[in-house]
Write a protein that binds this ligand. Structure first.
Ligand SMILES: Cc1ncc(COP(=O)(O)O)c(C=O)c1O
Length: 376
């Protein structure tokens, strides 16, 4: 029940990767001129083609990175560094992943100005608020496609248009939506879009940044000429081959998976509410990721609930995996205005391709028993 943290690698992805790990297909370096290198290059090109197809992007607009975090860093730091000096302002939102928010914090230490736009109680960003935040100095606006914590889906195209009207570029973090919602860079009208493989049944350590043709983005890693001089370092060929296969599978299965998960999600939310009184759904009731269920449970500490769920064999999360372990309530639950007690009681369940209705029913029953026990 924690597919937003990471997904299992699809067996077909494993099968595609293996020949690039055991050398049967190629163990070459894609930059080498000899036969082994050329075979590796062909595999890398094929993977890029598949990720581009998932995004409705051109082959040459996809740049591979080592993670979603790196794609976000390249998008934000790279764009701000390449912008003319008079464009030194960055606009983002209060509910972004730390991969974006900590870039914003770093930019401030480097003399850039940053505006953080708030969200409403359901986690929605208002396009009007973004419009008010943009100035003639804004280089880039970054708003995530959907929240990894509360699942709220943002009006990306509307916000992209507002950014463009004011001469700013637009980036979206689609790490949670690629493979889950249609992620068409032309329909979303974005200039930059981040995604990664390990949230869509691919391996960890493989990410990508879509950069619209002709856009200037300065590299953040310095070294070789890989990824058309945007990302130095030998490409992780087996992982990227797996990313390509995962993107192909996502194109085939996404719509059916999403429809099935949406029905499962809504039944699961109802089952959690039936299982215990005082359960509040966080995030938007309709504009939400098909697999996301985030609830606050009155009178219960989130980490205690999580530990008890784990003891009963249920893996859930108290927000983003990166911030669990810390006792601070999630910045996202705070940003939607939850009082401290409800923010500290947030638990996130995220369904996956393999989650069944029977599993959801079982988890809801276990959840009810634990909540009753903890309230005693
Ligand atoms: C919305 C979002 N952005 C970025 C990331 C970071 O991706 P990665 O784990 O590939 O660095 C995550 C991962 O949880 C995420 O959910």
């Amino acid at each position: 029940m924690d597919h937003a943290a990471t997904t299992p690698v699809d067996p077909e992805v494993v099968a595609a990767m293996l020949p690039y790990l055991n050398g049967e297909a190629s163990f070459g370096n894609p930059s080498s001129i000899h036969r082994f290198g050329r075979e590796a290059r062909a595999a890398l090109d094929a993977a890029r083609e598949k990720v581009a197809a998932l995004l409705n992007a051109e082959f040459s607009e996809v740049y591979f990175t080592g993670s979603g975090t790196e794609a976000d860093n390249l998008a934000i730091l790279g764009t701000l560094r390449a912008a003319p000096p008079e464009r030194n302002h960055f606009v983002t939102t209060a509910i972004e992943h730390h991969a974006v928010l900590h870039c914003a914090r770093f930019l401030q230490t480097q003399g850039y100005t940053v505006t953080i736009v708030p969200v409403d109680s359901q986690g929605l960003v208002s396009p009007d608020d973004v419009a008010r935040a943009i100035t003639d100095r804004t280089a880039l606006v970054s708003v995530m496609h959907a929240s990894n914590e509360i699942g709220t889906i943002q009006p990306i195209r509307e916000i992209a248009r507002i950014a463009h009207e004011r001469g700013a570029l637009f980036h979206t973090d689609a790490v949670q939506t690629a493979g889950m919602l249609p992620v068409d860079v032309r329909a979303l009208e974005c200039d930059l879009l981040s995604l990664c493989a390990h949230k869509m049944y691919g391996p960890k350590g493989a990410g990508a940044l879509f950069i619209r043709q002709g856009l200037k983005v300065a590299p953040i890693l310095h070294g070789g000429t890989q990824e058309r001089e945007k990302r130095a370092g030998t490409e992780n060929l087996p992982a990227l081959v797996g990313f390509g296969r995962a993107a192909e599978l996502a194109r085939e299965r996404r719509a059916a998976d999403a429809t099935r998960m949406e029905a499962l999600r809504d039944r699961f939310i109802a089952a959690l509410r039936d299982a215990a009184p005082g359960v509040h759904l966080n995030g938007h009731p309709r504009l939400r990721l098909p697999n996301n269920v985030n609830v606050s449970v009155e009178g219960v500490e989130g980490p205690t609930l999580l530990m008890n769920l784990d003891l009963r064999g249920v893996a859930a999360s108290s927000g983003s995996a990166c911030s669990s372990g810390s006792i601070e309530p999630s910045h996202v639950l705070r940003a939607i205005g939850l009082p401290d007690d409800l923010a500290a009681s947030g638990v996130r369940f995220t369904l996956g391709r393999g989650t069944t209705g029977a599993e959801c029913a079982q988890v809801a029953a276990i959840f009810g028993e634990i909540v009753a026990h903890l309230r005693r």
